[in-house]
Design a protein around this ligand. Structure first.
Ligand code: IPM
Ligand code: SF4
Length: 474
């Protein structure tokens, strides 16, 4: 019997091409996703060096960050965005890489598209010039973000020079309560361990509450691993994973499928594997979460109050809280549920999959967006999510309530396209980052789950979604 290994150790060992000087190893990369923001220079350098893409068949290009979410027939107004999207198209063509262009129904946020197409599979190594590549870890794939020079390295060689991370395990025991979602779980974990809590580690999420999550929920959880400082997040594949993958365009078919599933079943941490860090949380203690500050760790349960920095012992945390409250325009001690909202954004690679839209629509059905709101919008994560939602009539529920129903893209998750929150205005957002200026200069972001965003939209302020579902039941 060999040494007990974690899931991460196993995937790492299977992809190690060579051990190099120091801690460096050369790792084989199975899949490479490419978007318009971090690829132009990489392709340009290949071009200058006269190198081809080593495995065009393992590479997929999708524009997402800069695409406007208004009808695709209109030209892109912003010249820089238009140029980046043109470049992606040109590069994909020149290097023989498949592209899901803006008018392709399969286009969407790269981290939603990969799983949807069955490109994301257990045990693979996957990279993208994008930090939220951690999303794909939900399938038990080792997936992480890389920089532009690494994008070039992978394009040219299909390998990467890497230092191995440490192993961390986050176990969520028990079951989540009604109205509490994977997003709340992710935010609660970050609230507990902080945004540097997993630095230098790959997190494996385990426990009954994680096992009970759908693939959509697991993707939300793994998506935010990077917000906890982790290099990647992992959930060991199981029947939920296989059921999601079966029949997807790039999933193994026929006999190959059965073989694949047999192999995938071995992708678990050995019972005696040792983790460098272990954290355990009881799911029953997790309430719907909302961030009050400018870092995902500045988070609290919706029933709580905005903290008073004066009560924070640690000087650095105190000053950070003071700065955050100043930027967010909030008073210490005010009830989080008294915070009035100007905008609601339901979208992003964290929460724009079909299940997210269903959860939000459930709350919105039969209600109206509060008159005090400036704008509320839903941006499906991909063209296929959009089509599915329309087939289920979710678009009607949102539109009838006063929501804007858009074309897929990163949208208001970050200010790289026309969807921005104006300075000083406040947004309840299902995205993953609430840094200063993230949704536009001066924008104020509160991170929440899709159900909580819907509850904020129909009440005009941050609201415990469980209050609305109780009302309905009464
Ligand atoms: C633009 C891109 C490089 C960036 C990332 O790496 O995450 C973006 O997707 C984000 O969410 O901030
Ligand atoms: S949706 Fe947001 S977090 Fe996700 S890739 Fe796009 S910009 Fe990054």
């Amino acid at each position: 019997m060999g040494v007990a290994k974690t899931l991460y150790d196993k995937i790492w060992d299977r992809h190690r091409v060579a051990d190099l000087d120091g801690d460096l190893a050369l790792i084989y990369i199975d899949r490479h996703l490419v978007h318009e923001v971090t690829s132009p220079q990489a392709f340009e350098k290949l071009c200058l060096a006269g190198r081809p893409v080593r495995r065009p068949d393992a590479t997929l290009a999708v524009p997402d960050h800069n695409v406007p979410t208004t009808p695709r027939t209109r030209p892109i107004e912003d010249p820089l965005s238009a140029r980046q999207i043109d470049l992606l198209r040109d590069n994909a063509r020149a290097f023989g890489v498949e592209l899901y262009d803006m008018t392709d129904r399969r286009q969407g946020i790269v981290h939603i598209v990969g799983p949807e197409q069955g490109l994301t599979q257990p045990g693979l190594t996957m990279v993208c010039g994008d930090s939220h590549t951690s999303t794909h870890g939900a399938f038990g794939a080792l997936a992480f973000g890389i920089g532009t020079s690494e994008v070039e390295h992978v394009l040219a060689t299909q390998t990467l020079l890497l230092t191995k991370s440490r192993n961390m395990r986050v176990t969520v025991h028990g079951r989540l309560g009604a109205g509490v979602t994977a997003k709340d779980m992710a935010l609660a974990i970050i609230g507990r361990i902080g945004t540097a809590g997993a630095t230098g580690h790959v997190i494996e999420y385990t426990g009954e509450a994680v096992r009970a999550l759908s693939m959509e929920g697991r993707m939300t959880l793994c998506n935010m691993s990077i917000e906890a400082g982790g290099r990647a997040g992992l959930v060991a594949p199981d029947d939920t994973t296989f059921a999601y993958l079966k029949g997807r365009p790039h999933s193994p078919q026929g006999e190959q499928w059965d073989k694949a599933v047999d192999q995938w079943r071995a992708l678990v941490s050995d019972p005696r594997a040792v983790f460098d860090r272990d954290v355990a949380i009881d799911a029953a203690t997790i309430e719907p979460q909302v961030t009050w500050g400018t870092s995902p760790e500045q988070v609290a349960a919706i029933g709580d109050r905005v903290p008073d920095p004066a009560g924070i012992d640690d000087a650095t945390a105190r000053e950070a809280a003071e700065r955050a409250l100043d930027y967010m325009g909030l008073e210490p001690g005010m009830a989080l549920s008294d915070i009035a909202i100007d905008h609601v954004f339901i979208g992003s690679c964290t929460n724009a999959r079909i299940e997210d839209l269903r959860a939000a629509a459930e709350i919105v059905r039969g209600r109206r967006v509060a008159a005090s709101l400036r704008h509320a919008m839903v941006v499906p994560g991909s063209g296929l999510v959009k089509a599915q939602a329309e087939a289920e009539g979710l678009d009607r529920i949102f539109r009838d309530a006063g929501f804007d129903w858009r074309e897929p893209g990163c949208s208001m998750c970050l200010g790289m396209n026309p969807d921005k929150v104006p300075p000083g205005e406040r947004c309840a957002s299902t995205s993953n980052r609430n840094f200063q200026g993230r949704q536009g200069p001066g924008a104020r972001t509160h991170l929440v789950s899709p159900a909580m965003a819907a509850a904020a939209a129909v009440t005009g302020h941050l609201t415990d979604v469980r209050r609305l579902t109780r009302e309905e039941a009464a």
